[in-house]
Structures are given as structure tokens and as C-alpha cells.
Design a protein around this ligand. Structure first.
Ligand code: PMP
Length: 414
């Protein structure tokens, strides 16, 4: 309890739903792993559960070559760096990683930051100021939207993947500096930004384009090169290519790739280059080793795609709605089973609690999967966010399907 009543009232308001969940024994957000065995987690509560919602799309977490690279980097450089990138924080490993990313993304240059979130927060303001207009998909990731706020640019959201609305925003923006900002793969929907339509609109209205590839690099395209490969785009079609190093690449960090001029600007004016510590030797070395594996082992991407396709087909055949996701993110939409007015807070909370009960049973049966609900997704479509990675074996996938079938039936979902 705080003496400051404003703060206490604010905390009570923020925590209302989570406290309710806690009281009902449904708050699963604090579950912790003690160790991993493939895609299975040994957990603090003594249970063993199969991960069904991992970002590690290529199943590279724990790869011996990555662990060896981390050991060597730590022996050589220690655990930290000596500062921010622009002062004494840069290691030869950072430069090597940037060269590797530039090559992989078919770009002239790349700049690495300490996280994907920081990358988006600092990069947008390096390219767009108060006199500019950020034209962004309404579902653009929170880090992009925070970056737009920091930049002070005028905000012009367009309806999700709606090309008519995008064109209207671009037309309205007139001669102002315009940056169109989209996710490559939307992390909760699983759908892919229609870049073959977005890019010509950007050209027509003289707008630059930034694509966040957090969930597409390593995950889509025949060899995991993301949206460029998926759509067969030319190297310069996307002006600002952003990616995370904490998903298919099992490390921590983010990057921007693009022209030499673009990267020069980030190195001179990007706030994360100046005002936060450089990523650690271990993080940098692990990202570098993981990208080398991505280059040398394209069969991992094939395995990811095959496993995901089989899982998605079977989940749909059971009767779940996956929004027909074309990527490696497979949402499983929760059906309320009764008429609900989603604008009524108590009715919405009732649906979320029902989803919480289903998740609780999934956890009990050995699947580690989490409930996703408003405001992360629209009120009407609370869901499970599920993924099959290249690290899941065929029998892991069979296990996941059998638990989903049993629990889905119990909760009237199928
Ligand atoms: N963009 C998207 C689309 C994301 O989903 C995330 C993280 N979930 C980020 C950016 C931030 O990346 P990071 O985890 O590397 O900070």
C-alpha cells in the first residue's frame, strides 16, 4: 500500500484483471522454466510441459555451435562491454554481425542495437520528425507505435492490411515526409503484410517504407530470408528492414538494414547507438553463430514449414479457427459459446476467464501455452497463440494435437 493515493488507485486499476485471474488461480503469467530438454520445459512447479508458443522458430536455442561461440566470446571479452556503441562499446563481433545481417538481407549495410524494442524506439525518430507523418498499420507492434510517439510525427493509422485505407492516408498526407510502417508477419494474427501492393503505393505517393521482420526473418521464405524471399522482392524494395535477434535467432538484440546512408544516419543520430550499452559479447556471438547456421542449414527452415503445415491442417480439421494463417504463427481463436456484447467489460472479462480456464487445463495436461486477449488482440477474438518450431519432433506435434483435441472438446471449442 502506497501513501500516495494517486499511485495506489492507478496500480489497483492496472492490476484489476490480473488480480482477478490470480484470485481464481488462473494467472499463468508467472510460470518459470528450470531447464529445457528439446522443446520440453522442466518447470518450477515440478511439471514437464511442451512449449507450444515459442518464438524460437528454428529451434536453435541450445544449439552446441551457438553455445561454443558464447563460451569463446565470454573468455575473450568477458560478460559486458565497455559502454555504448558510439564510445568504447563496439567489439569486432558487432561489426561481423552487422556484415552478416547486411549480406543475409541483401542490404548495403546494417546496424545492431541491444534489443528489437529499442531498435524501433530509436530508429523511427532518426528518420521522421514532428513535420513528418507516420502511416502505420493499426496492428503494428507496440515498439513501432512507441517509436512513432517518440518521433513526434503525426500519427496516421490505417485499418489492418486494408490497401484502400492505406492509399487514403497517403493521399491525405500530401507533400509531407511520409514513412509507411508495417510488420512483415503480425505476431498475434499470423498474417503477412501484402507488400507487393504496399510497395507500389509507397512509390506512387513518395513514401518510404519500414518493415518489422521480428517474426518473418528466419521463419518465412524458402531459406528463411523473410518477406523479401517470400514475395520475391528486389533488394531495394524495402527502405528500412528491421529485425529482432530474440526470436528465430535465439539471442537478444535488434537490427536495421538498408542503404549505407541510412545506417550512417543511425550511427550518428540513433539514440540507442548513443544512450544504451552495446549488446554483450555473449548475445552478439550467439546471434552471429545462429545466422551462420541459418545460412548453412536451410533444411531447418523446411522442417519448420513442414511441421507447421501439418499442425495447422490438423488443428483446422478438428474444428478450430486459425484465421487461416499463412505464416509460422498459428492463432487458435477462442469461441465464447454464447452471445457476448464485447463492449460490456464484465461480459468480456467472462470470456477471458473462460479462456483462462481452458489454458489452465492445457497446462495441466502438459502444454505450455498462454492466453492472449484484449488489448493485445481485438475484443472479439481472444485466443491461444501457438507455434510449432523446427525443434519440435513429430511425436511432440502429435502430443500437442492430442492435448488440444481433449481440452478443446472439454471446453466446447470443437
Ligand atoms: N517487433 C515485433 C513485431 C515483436 O513481436 C517484438 C517482440 N515481441 C519486437 C519488435 C521487439 O523485439 P525484441 O524482443 O527483440 O525486443
Amino acid at each position: 500500500m502506497y501513501n500516495n493515493s494517486y499511485l495506489q488507485t492507478h496500480l489497483n486499476k492496472c492490476n484489476f484483471m490480473f488480480k482477478k485471474f490470480g484470485e481464481m488461480g488462473l494467472d499463468t503469467s508467472g510460470l518459470a522454466a528450470k531447464g529445457f530438454d528439446g522443446m520440453w520445459a522442466h518447470m518450477e512447479d515440478g511439471k514437464k510441459r511442451l512449449l507450444l508458443t515459442s518464438y524460437s522458430y528454428l529451434g536453435l536455442n541450445g544449439h552446441p555451435r551457438i553455445e561454443e561461440a558464447v563460451r569463446k566470446a565470454t573468455e575473450k571479452f568477458g560478460t559486458g562491454t565497455n559502454g555504448v556503441r558510439c564510445l568504447t562499446g563496439t567489439l569486432d563481433l558487432h561489426n561481423e554481425l552487422e556484415h552478416k545481417i547486411a549480406r543475409l538481407t541483401n542490404s548495403e549495410d546494417a546496424v545492431v542495437f541491444s534489443s528489437g524494442y529499442l531498435t524501433n524506439c530509436s530508429a523511427i525518430s532518426a528518420f521522421l520528425g514532428k513535420d513528418g507523418i507516420a502511416v502505420y498499420d493499426q496492428y503494428a507492434h507496440r515498439s513501432l507505435q512507441d517509436g512513432i510517439k517518440i518521433s513526434g510525427a503525426v500519427r496516421a493509422p490505417f485499418h489492418h492490411n486494408d490497401m484502400d485505407d492505406l492509399e487514403q492516408c497517403l493521399r491525405k498526407a500530401g507533400d509531407a515526409a511520409k514513412l509507411v510502417i508495417v510488420d512483415g508477419v503480425y505476431s498475434m494474427e499470423g498474417d503477412i503484410a501484402p507488400l507487393p501492393q504496399i510497395i507500389p503505393l509507397c512509390r506512387k505517393y513518395n513514401a518510404a517504407i519500414m518493415v518489422d521482420e521480428a517474426h518473418s526473418i528466419g521463419a518465412i521464405g524458402k531459406t528463411g530470408r523473410g518477406v523479401q524471399e517470400h514475395f520475391g522482392l528486389a533488394p531495394h524494395d524495402i527502405d528500412i528492414k528491421m529485425g529482432s535477434l530474440s526470436k528465430a535467432v535465439p539471442s537478444i538484440g535488434g537490427y536495421i538494414a538498408g542503404s549505407k546512408d541510412l545506417c550512417f544516419t543511425l550511427r550518428k543520430g540513433g539514440s540507442s547507438w548513443w544512450f544504451t550499452g552495446a549488446s554483450s559479447p555473449a548475445d552478439t556471438a550467439s546471434a552471429l553463430a545462429a545466422l551462420e547456421i541459418l545460412e548453412n542449414e536451410p533444411e531447418r527452415v523446411a522442417r519448420l514449414h513442414e511441421g507447421t503445415a501439418r499442425y495447422k491442417n490438423e488443428v483446422e480439421a478438428m474444428g478450430f479457427n486459425t484465421l487461416n494463417s499463412p505464416s509460422t504463427v498459428i492463432p487458435v481463436i477462442f469461441k465464447p459459446g454464447r452471445d457476448v456484447d464485447f463492449n460490456d467489460t464484465m461480459q468480456l472479462a467472462g470470456v477471458i476467464i473462460d479462456l483462462g480456464r481452458m489454458v489452465s487445463d492445457l497446462l495441466e495436461e502438459g502444454l505450455w501455452v498462454m492466453p492472449i486477449f484484449y488489448p493485445a488482440v481485438p475484443k472479439e477474438s481472444s485466443r491461444l497463440r501457438t507455434t510449432i518450431t523446427a525443434g519440435h519432433t513429430d511425436s511432440d506435434i502429435d502430443f500437442a494435437l492430442s492435448v488440444l483435441r481433449k481440452v478443446g472438446k472439454k471446453h466446447g471449442q470443437i
